[in-house]
Design a binder for this molecule. Structure first.
Ligand SMILES: Nc1ncnc2c1ncn2[C@@H]1O[C@H](COP(=O)(O)OP(=O)(O)OP(=O)(O)O)[C@@H](O)[C@H]1O
Ligand SMILES: [Mg+2]
Length: 510
């Protein structure tokens, strides 16, 4: 048998699966782009995570786009982290051009333009559904990790949460947390230490400083109400297409801690709320991180460990994570080892060091009778990739040089008007983009401090001494502690605040 026939036979048998699958493109043999041999990935193993890698401009984001489309078509909702702001085009139909036409013909694809049902989301001030979470929902353990606190400091934070829980002080936003910390260092100190244990003021100071630095990265906007319900990510449109949720994080380059915060919180929340699924026919949700190196670049060791563990466990909830980055070694080895789907676009070798790196990268791929992986990585064209998937039995399929299919949606961004349209049509925005500032720990404690001041002032006057201790006060309306105790308080506080969201993973509690 001729080598090419052997190759086609091997790919065809390796890439035929039971159950639904989505089209990635078609196999390339040498210079022959027309093999009539499609490359697909089973939906069943999309919760086994994936990697899309390659040098700048080699087609990573388009691969992300076409996979997200395939999932949406199959009724699977997706969440994409749009770091460069170049993914919004998925909401609009693409346009035919000679490249698309030629590619579709080679792949045997009937190309039809399609815009996908999309929801724009934001954690900053960009247009879209605002995603928020309350401080309570974070829990002390996760918050401690994000703030990079040591064991002792995290212990204090846990006690602070417990204290707020006992006192029914809702911890909603950063202001609440800061006020509580301040309170237990001042007026509330004796009582706190009596009931919750001794702490050093310097530790509380350190916690406060970490909070301030997180705040400087814009995290304040992210904490508060209404908190986002992760099941709102899992919607379908009337035709049964999975929703494409585009989280625009174009301004995160300067605030990676905020981004990690957000990401871990969301993963933890998803992990915690979704029921155990075991084996699934298709995933419940797939999350794409474009420019994923940003997550890992400045992350602390604890955050990385947490991410690794979450990736490992979240798949049993039917959630897939696909990381998109330039080089596989942007990703910690422990995470890399868990990725099933691999779409490796070209890497360029300018120096001896580059070639070495490529050789190493190639070692992450299954051995092939047909290709020398490192050579192939260097010579692939734009929109071509070296692909391997997990087959329906969870085993790696043959490595295959693939001509990726063109996306059906627009390979360019939306206009401002189009973005306005999506925001206008959103069913979530009216719910989430409200400004809620409920009476919470901040207001309640300020009032207590005010009362305390008044008492002291009175005592002083009685004793005939001078001086005022009046502190700056919130201009917001405050009510009595009593009233709060009776009010239909906060589901947030009613939750077990000491668990720590990731405590649910059963690993973080020491
Ligand atoms: N599957 C494809 N079908 C058709 N054209 C493609 C495909 N993939 C890539 N291209 C072409 O290559 C260009 C670059 O692709 P893309 O933006 O995905 O690269 P990238 O690897 O994400 O680059 P960067 O690292 O700069 O983000 C696209 O604008 C498009 O013209
Ligand atoms: Mg890109």
């Amino acid at each position: 048998m001729e080598a090419k026939e052997k190759f086609i036979e091997a790919i065809k048998s390796s890439y035929s699966f039971k159950g639904e699958s989505l089209l990635l493109g078609s196999a390339i043999w040498g210079d022959d782009q027309e093999t009539g041999c499609q490359v697909r990935v089973p939906l069943k193993t999309m919760n086994r995570h994936g990697l899309i890698a390659g040098a700048t401009g080699t087609g990573k984001t388009k691969s992300l786009q076409l996979i997200a489309e395939g999932l949406s078509d199959a009724g699977v909702p997706v969440l994409v982290m749009d770091v460069k702001g170049d993914l919004s085009g998925i909401a609009a139909p693409g346009a035919m051009n000679p490249v698309v036409e030629k590619r579709s013909k080679l792949i045997g694809l009937e190309w039809k333009p399609k815009g996908y049902p999309s929801e724009l989301m934001t954690i900053s001030d960009e247009p879209g559904v605002r995603l928020k979470a309350t401080v309570s929902e974070f829990g002390p353990i996760l918050l401690g990790k994000i703030l990079d606190l040591n064991e002792n400091q995290t212990g204090i934070l846990s006690m602070v949460f417990k204290y707020c829980d006992d006192k029914r002080l809702p911890l909603l936003d950063i202001e609440d947390l800061k006020t509580v910390l301040k309170y237990i260092q001042e007026d509330g100190k004796a009582e706190f230490q009596k009931n919750y244990g001794f702490f050093q003021t310097t530790s509380a100071g350190t916690i406060m400083r970490s909070i301030t630095s997180l705040e400087q990265q814009g995290a304040a906007r992210f904490f508060g109400e209404p908190s986002f319900d992760i099941f709102d990510l899992m919607r379908k449109d009337r035709e049964g297409n999975g929703m494409v949720n585009i989280l625009r994080v174009t301004d995160i380059q300067s605030s990676t801690a905020m981004f990690s915060t957000f990401m871990l919180c969301m993963l933890a929340e998803i992990f915690q709320k979704m029921p155990e699924k075991g084996d699934v026919d298709k995933p419940e949700l797939v999350i794409f991180f474009d420019e994923a190196h940003l997550i890992f670049r400045n992350a602390t060791k604890t955050l990385l460990d947490q991410f690794e563990i979450t990736v490992k466990l979240i798949r049993s909830k039917g959630v897939g994570i696909i990381l998109v980055t330039q080089s596989p070694d942007d990703i910690p080895a422990e995470v890399l080892g868990q990725l099933g789907l691999k779409v490796q676009h070209a890497l360029r070798a300018f120096t001896a060091r580059d070639r070495k790196a490529i050789k190493l990268a190639a070692e992450n791929y299954p051995v092939s009778d047909f290709y020398v992986a490192d050579e192939l990585i260097m010579k692939m064209g734009t929109g071509e990739a070296m692909v391997t998937v997990l087959n329906d039995k969870g085993m790696p399929a043959e490595l295959v040089h693939t001509l990726m299919r063109p996306p059906f949606s627009r390979m360019d961004v939306l206009t401002r008007d189009e973005i306005g349209d999506i925001v206008h049509r959103s069913e979530l925005i009216s719910h989430y983009n409200r400004d809620i500032d409920r009476e919470s720990a901040h207001e309640i404690l300020l009032e207590k401090m005010e009362e305390q001041d008044a008492l002291e002032e009175k005592a002083r006057r009685k004793a005939g001494t001078q001086g005022s201790t009046t502190r700056s006060r919130s201009t917001r309306q405050v009510s009595t502690f009593e009233r709060i105790m009776k009010s239909p308080l906060t589901r947030t506080v009613a939750r077990e605040v000491t668990r720590g969201v990731l405590g649910a993973l059963g690993l973080s509690r020491r």
